[in-house]
Design a protein around this ligand. Structure first.
Ligand code: TXA
Ligand code: MG
Length: 340
């Protein structure tokens, strides 16, 4: 895939479905309609494609993405369903409902797509074009709304083109979307279900099936326009390694692991407990693709500190540095205590 693709818009016919699946499996970016809004899809298992997707959205951030799948059986390979999740999924899927659930151990979705979290957002959409593309690809598609970050979600192919022309390979035009607002997002984790984002599925319908009031999660509420949690510090939001992070490390001390960037390693690298390079050739898209999985791999028993080489601030570097800074921040003990 080239750095600056020509964006093709094609009508959603049988031929378009095959092209969309082919482009996705080659690591490309394809916008397609769901019944809520148009999504910007990438192969959810391909970390490089996911990194390109964040870059195409404009202000690069690694806000976790929704994994779209064909049916609940496939969703079960990605996520763990508790009884509340079972109930609402059985009733409302396919449809404008996204569930935030614990990730399965074998979940094939790239760490970058879930921003390194141990939870994952999953959705079974109810639009024939989205469903056909999912079936043709035969795997999960990670897709945020197909707008530049900070813009409103697109409900037509023309909206998508206005925002993303020259940044993605393909737009499959399936006409205006019917629901027009994003999916409702509900977290079904350990406790009771929480409403994270109001959306196309009304709260009252969920409450009817859950048999009681659906709790709001004000501290986790998602701002649909900003594409970000309203209080990002509070959301089970950032990946936090057990080891301490030493940012902008210019040397490595004994016993430390090294998260490298670029061809030249700092003094002391030879005594690192383990070295992983975000991108030996200094490529920020490659670095983003590796970020969360490398951090996890270096966060191993016996390693108290991970030395992180400086990463330039341009392009995806801004988001990489943001996530590194969050991972390095002291644990928010005050916030955790309030939950108990
Ligand atoms: O209707 C929709 O939901 C559209 C279509 C394309 O499916 N998608 C969409 O995605 O609106 P996006 O990325 O624009 O919004 C998804 C929201 C993000 O704000 C993200 O923070 C949140 O879902 N999210 C994703 N994974 C999460 C997780 N594990 N925990 C909490 N929030 C999560
Ligand atoms: Mg969005």
């Amino acid at each position: 895939m080239t750095a600056e693709p020509t964006t093709r818009v094609i009508a959603a016919d049988a031929n378009a479905i095959g092209q969309a699946a082919h482009t996705l499996s080659a690591g490309g970016l394809v916008a397609f309609p769901t019944e809520t809004v148009y999504g910007l899809g990438a192969d959810a298992t391909n970390a490089t494609a996911i990194a390109r997707l964040y870059a195409a959205k404009g202000r690069p951030d690694f806000n976790p993405l929704i994994a779209h799948v064909t049916d609940i059986e496939t969703a079960r390979t990605l996520a763990v369903f508790n009884s509340e999740a079972e109930k609402v999924a059985a009733t409302f899927w396919p449809g404008p409902l996204t569930l935030v659930l614990r990730k399965t151990l074998m979940c094939p979705v790239a760490e970058l797509a879930t921003a390194g979290l141990d939870t994952i957002a999953v959705r079974v959409p109810n639009h024939p074009v989205a469903r056909d593309i999912l079936r043709a690809l035969g795997g999960p598609i990670a897709a945020p709304s197909a707008n530049r970050s900070g813009h409103v979600s697109p409900t037509t192919a023309a909206h998508v083109l206005a925002d993303l022309r020259g940044r993605i390979e393909l737009i499959v035009d399936g006409g205006p979307t019917s629901v027009g607002v994003e999916s409702t997002i509900v977290a079904c984790l350990d406790g009771r279900a929480l409403l994270l984002r109001p959306g196309g599925l009304p709260r009252t319908e969920l409450e009817r099936v859950l048999g009681g009031a659906l709790a709001d999660a004000p501290e986790m509420r998602i701002d649909a326009e900003a594409d970000a949690p309203i209080a990002p510090g509070m959301l089970a939001s950032h990946y936090a390694p057990k080891a301490k992070l030493q940012l902008d490390a210019r040397r490595v001390n004994a016993g430390e692991a090294l998260l490298a960037f670029g061809p030249k390693l700092p003094p002391g690298a030879e005594r690192a407990a383990r070295v992983l390079n975000l991108s030996q050739r200094g490529d920020l898209v490659e670095a983003a693709a590796n970020l969360f999985s490398h951090l996890r791999a270096l966060d191993m028993p016996g390693v108290a500190k991970i030395a992180v080489m400086p990463v330039p601030h341009d392009g995806l570097g801004e988001a990489i540095n943001d996530r590194l800074a969050r991972a390095a921040a002291p644990r928010e003990s005050a916030a955790h205590e309030r939950d108990e």
